[in-house]
Write a protein that binds this ligand. Structure first.
Ligand code: T4K
Length: 362
């Protein structure tokens, strides 16, 4: 069986040309400005608004996705209530709820997209107690946005999308009240660390600018309890440089996906998930846990470090064990899923070789 000489990780961050980043650093030196809404951050903000075709007042940048989520939940007034969400996600989706004073209530997922199922959420709505819904566009699979819009409208609930995996999908930020994009280096588009909120109500922008800066409005006014969630100038510079290449980054993901699909699509014993609209991840489902774990170990022996995103399920972790066993579809997916490597300089031929290894290991 083939073994790669260099380790291949599930992902690698994109690095823009060093000369371009250095030119930006020279600008930072000249500005003598490092954080607190600096000029590079403002440039990044404007470039993002243009890329997303959003008004400049419809977004705000933060130091990472998790603090962006916490502040989104604070603005959505989730504290003291229940919020329905998915157990099939990264822990941050729910941790941010708890840290914002809300209780996560877990509903099951759709077996096809692995996204939260609005019909399952409807069964858990408690009038006067439920405040909102947090679906996740997991792997860049777009949720049933019409279903969530209807559920939110019917019950007067805020819909906050965890769109951590969904950057680059046209129009994705138009759904719900608010969407959070993670700009972590493991994401296809990043700012070294970072988070982005896009919201429909532009009046929220001032609130988010204050919340990310301790709740400070002016030198002599602190209007509410905020935190320090400001993006600094180096992060903004990295984001700006990556944004210049976003079309290439997305195109390359499509090539890698096509390479995986050319070997795995329609094969017995493995299902390559085909729903992603940005191919942020390359999830595959195996027939059972034993096969998944054998493939994971076999790939490791071949120097390929796939990851079991998202296993264990959130409801199997101590803080959320109160909901253990309540989401059978998610439990089944978590033990059978594996995400294969994909990143900007992974050659498509290497992806095809990894796919071949997967077939041999099944
Ligand atoms: N919501 C969802 C649905 C999310 O998936 C996430 C984050 C969030 C919210 C929160 O957003 P942030 O606060 O993170 O902005 C990673 C990431 O740390 C996390 O951002 C991400 N989701 C999650 C799915 O994956 P780990 O613990 O698996 O990462 P780690 O350090 O094992 O990195 C994975 C691989 O990437 C490594 O094997 C090698 C490679 N790598 C990583 C980094 C950081 C590099 O080559 N270079 C690097 O600099 O959590």
């Amino acid at each position: 069986m083939k073994r790669f000489s260099e380790p291949i990780y599930v992902t690698r961050p994109y690095f823009p040309p060093l000369e371009d980043f250095s030119r930006g650093c020279a600008e930072i030196w000249a500005n003598r400005w490092l954080s607190n809404n600096g000029p590079i951050l403002q440039k990044f903000h404007r470039s993002l608004a243009a890329y997303l075709s959003e008004g400049e007042t419809n977004l705000a940048l933060f130091n990472n996705g998790t603090s962006a989520l916490e502040l989104a939940y604070q603005a959505a007034d989730f504290a003291g209530g229940e919020v329905i969400t998915t157990p099939f996600t990264f822990v941050a989706t729910s941790h941010a709820l708890v840290r914002s004073g809300a209780k996560p209530v877990f509903a099951d997922i759709d077996p096809d997209t692995l996204c939260l199922d609005p019909a399952k959420c409807a069964e858990l709505v408690r009038p006067g107690v439920t405040r909102g819904i947090v679906p996740v566009h997991v792997y860049g699979h777009v949720c049933d946005v019409a279903g969530f819009a209807e559920l939110g409208r019917r019950n007067g609930l805020k819909v906050v999308y965890d769109a951590a995996h969904a950057f680059g999908i046209p129009g994705i930020a138009r759904h719900g009240d608010l969407s959070m994009f993670s700009l972590h280096p493991t994401k296809l588009f990043h700012s070294a660390e970072g988070g982005l909120l896009v919201f429909r109500n532009p009046a929220l922008q001032t609130r988010f600018f204050e919340l990310r800066d301790f709740g400070i409005r002016s030198e002599e006014e602190c209007v509410e309890v905020g935190t320090n969630a400001k993006m600094n100038e180096f992060q903004a510079l990295m984001g700006l440089e990556c944004l210049k290449r976003i079309d290439d980054l997305l195109a390359h993901r499509r090539e890698v996906h096509a390479a995986y699909a050319s070997v795995l699509a329609g094969r017995d014993g493995v299902r390559l998930l085909e729903h992603s609209q940005n191919h942020a991840y390359e999830p595959v489902l195996f027939a059972d846990r034993k096969t998944r774990d054998r493939v994971y170990e076999g790939l490791k022996a071949a120097n390929v470090f796939a990851r079991k995103y998202f296993f264990p399920l959130l409801t199997d972790f101590a803080p959320y064990a109160y909901a253990r066993g309540t989401c059978p579809v998610a439990e089944d997916a978590a033990v059978r899923v594996l995400t294969l490597p994909t990143y900007f300089d992974l050659p498509a031929e290497t992806a095809a070789e990894i796919a071949q290894l997967v077939r041999e290991l099944i």
